[in-house]
Every structure is written in C-alpha cells, then in structure tokens.
Design a protein around this ligand. Structure first.
Ligand code: GLU
Length: 305
C-alpha cells in the first residue's frame, strides 16, 4: 500500500490537514506500506519555502515519517506538459479566454436555466468550445497553445474514455455510460463501496474543467493524476470536499492510460461554528497548538483519533 498527503505550502498546517496526514500515514503503516509527502506547489505565486519548512516540521512533530526527497510538483512540469500534449492530440482540449465575469454573464442568459455549481465553481457554459469547434480542423494542424487556459471537452472526453464503455439501460429505454471507482470512506451523500457515475452526470454537474492554467501551466486535476501514477499511489486518502473531483480524476486516468487507485474520502474537521477550517485560520494552526504546549497525542484527540 502506498498512501500520500499532498498539501499546498501556502499557509499553516491546521487540524484538518493533520487529520488527513495522520490517517494516510497510519493506514500505510498498518499495512506495512509507505506514506509519501508531496508538495503541491503548482501555484508558484502563493507557494513559499517557509510554509513548506513549517509544514514538514509540524508533520515530523506529529510523529509522521516519509522518504526524502519528497516530490515537489513544480519540478515535474514536463510530465504535466506531456499529459496535456496527449489530451490535445486526442482533440479533447480547447483554449478558453473567458473570465469569471464572462462565465457568470453567459450563465445568466435565460436559455441557460439555473447555473450548476461543480467541483471547480460554476459549470462552464461552453462559450469558447463552440467558438473553437468552428475554427478548428484537426488538432495536428494546431500545436498546443502555450500560456493559455485549456479546458477539457467533457462530452467528447467521456465518449473516448475506456472507463465509460460500461452501459446501463435508463428507465426510458435509453443508455447511460457508466464509470466507477472504489470508495472505502464516503462522499457527501454517503456514497461508498463501488461508486458509479454516468457521462451525462459529468457533463451536467462538472462540465469542461480547466486542465492548463494561463498563469502556471498545469492545473490541479491534471497534476494530481500524473503524480499519483508516477508515485505508484495505491490508496488516495483525502477530505470529502474532493469526492466529486474524483470523477474527473478517474476520467483523466482512463484517457491517459494510468492506473486507478482506491479512494478514501474522510470527514472534514470543522470549527466550533461548524465551518470548514480554512488554511489561513491561524487559530487552528498546529504551530499555535504547539506553542501553547499541546502534545501530538492532544492533536490526535482533538481530531477524534
Ligand atoms: N493540494 C491538494 C489540497 O490540499 C491535494 C488534494 C489531494 O489530496 O488530491 O487540496
């Protein structure tokens, strides 16, 4: 078993991070496996070496161990670029110039219905996809553009992905194409075990997600599947807030021919008011608890372990 914890070094490690890291670490140790630490520093405008040093110090203090040097995403851009090239050559990416405001405005048109909130915000209305399919002939005629936002054409991606070859009949006699993953924790709606989802659901509730960002190349969804495969991660243990995003990850693994790990989404640690702990919530930073004399056992207790 190989598990991992992949924090962004953009703020202090808080109780929610500690819970996730300890779970991933303990599961690997119980199975005689390996726990990896991966630094998600794709966003170089926000990542800071001081935060990386602090989070490693906090994790060591908690009693966690991982092999060094750990993988730092910013050092693997070429691998993400190669994955983007493959998706581009499959004709599944298109450049998008929409701002958040453009998207809000397009979605407020009467024919659009009620905007749907997906894992990355509002489901994209497809403005640039329509434009691109009018201009484009074959992807080989266009080298992949650099320094632009690239979105995944969700409709075509689910048609092409081997993960969606399984079909189930709908009530009205039609067909749904279904993909699945194994969940050993649970999703927002208690989904557990073999989680199945349809291509239509991907189109309607997730839409054309961003896979390359104008400012720093690869986006999270792309990097995470490349990294988990490169590091032979067998069990992804992380917060329930990423449950829906797992469907994107399964789709990308299928398109890129990468193995699919087992997923375990855990409950989120909330503050007394029931609010999810934000990274900048310094009051809950592990460093603050340490300064106040807490022990690693206290932290485990605080997160219910
Ligand atoms: N850096 C991501 C986060 O902190 C990692 C998510 C994941 O574990 O896949 O949300």
């Amino acid at each position: 078993m190989i598990t991992r914890f992949a924090p962004s070094p953009t703020g202090p490690l808080h109780l929610g991070h500690a819970y996730s890291a300890i779970l991933a670490h303990d599961r690997a140790m119980q199975a005689g496996g390996t726990f990896l630490l991966r630094i998600d520093d794709l966003d170089q405008t926000r990542a800071r070496p001081e935060w990386e040093a602090q989070l490693k110090d906090d994790l060591r203090w908690l009693g966690l161990w991982w092999p060094e040097p750990c993988r730092r995403e910013s050092e693997h851009m070429a691998e993400y670029e190669a994955a983007l090239d493959r998706l581009w050559e499959m004709g599944l990416l298109y450049p998008c110039t929409c701002t958040r405001r453009d998207i809000r405005e397009a979605l407020s048109a009467p024919q659009e219905g009620i905007p749907v909130e997906g894992p990355d915000g509002l489901v994209y209305p497809g403005t640039c996809r329509a434009r691109w399919s009018m201009e484009q002939t074959f992807p080989e005629d266009h080298p992949r553009p650099q320094g632009v936002t690239l979105r995944l054409d969700m409709d075509n991606a689910t048609r092409l992905a081997p993960a969606f070859t399984h079909r189930i009949e709908t009530r009205d006699g039609g067909w749904h194409h279904v993909a699945s993953f194994t969940e050993t924790g649970s999703g927002q709606r208690e989904e557990s075990g073999l989680v199945e989802f349809t291509s239509q659901e991907m189109i309607d509730t997730i839409g054309d997600v961003v896979l390359a960002r104008r400012d720093f190349g690869a986006a999270y969804h792309l990097a995470v599947v490349v990294d988990d495969a490169a590091q032979d991660v067998t069990h992804v243990i992380r917060g329930r807030d990423l449950f829906e995003a797992t469907k994107i990850h399964v789709l990308l693994q299928s398109l890129l021919g990468l193995p699919r790990p087992v997923y375990h989404h855990h409950r989120l640690i909330r503050d007394d008011a029931g609010k999810r702990l934000a990274k900048r919530d310094d009051a809950r930073a592990i460093a603050t608890y340490r300064a106040e004399g807490a022990t690693p056992a206290d932290i485990r207790r605080l997160v219910g372990l």
